[in-house]
Write a protein that binds this ligand. Structure first.
Ligand SMILES: [Zn+2]
Ligand SMILES: [Zn+2]
Length: 189
């Protein structure tokens, strides 16, 4: 009987035993690690890079480093835009298109406070927004809908100004799709 396994050394943890034939990983490493396209190396969930994340609830791997055209993330990302509002969506598009958008987190992730900087976000009415938008996001992460917004948020922070160009294009397309109802309202009025 052919099997998916063979005896070998796991490529990640280097334990000798049953490993998958296709990727040479043991069961544990097959589910707990993923290859990041941005870093060009495999990441473990306990100490991973910023371009990948496990989805809320299903714990499946997503992010700019896993699939830059991930249609499954469109709805969660639109949910995040709906929570943040039109000004944010418009400015985010500007930031990503300028090639300057990336985020920087100081302290824990969503739900834990700290500071989040959204570089590339344009000023609004003479006000610097780099930290202000981050404060709004952190507020949402501490609110009652945090679980529903987690995937969209993690997608956003998986982006990088230069290294995730495909995912950046995907994100701009998603923003345009989300903004379209607003544009239509504008034309009708
Ligand atoms: Zn292993
Ligand atoms: Zn990475």
């Amino acid at each position: 009987m052919p099997t998916d396994y063979k005896l070998g050394t796991c490529k990640w943890c280097e334990t000798v035993g049953e490993v998958f034939r296709d990727n040479m990983l043991c069961d544990d490493c097959d589910s707990n690690t993923v290859y990041c396209l941005v870093c060009r190396q495999r990441q473990h969930y306990e100490s991973k890079c910023r371009h990948i994340f496990q989805s809320h609830g299903w714990a499946e791997w997503h992010g700019a480093g896993v699939d830059p055209n991930d249609e499954e993330m469109k709805v969660p990302f639109h949910r995040l835009l709906s929570a943040m509002g039109e000004d944010f969506a418009v400015d985010l598009k500007t930031a990503i298109r300028s090639g300057k958008f990336y985020t920087w987190i100081v302290a824990p992730m969503i739900g834990g406070g700290g500071s989040l900087y959204l570089y590339g976000m344009p000023d609004r009415d003479g006000r610097r927004m780099v930290a202000s938008w981050g404060d709004v996001l952190i507020g949402l992460g501490e609110g009652q809908h945090a679980d529903d917004l987690a995937d969209g948020y993690h997608w956003l922070v998986s982006l990088h100004q230069r290294r995730t160009t495909k995912a950046n294009r995907t994100t701009i397309a998603w923003i345009d799709q989300w903004l379209w109802p607003f544009a239509r309202q504008g034309m009708a009025s």
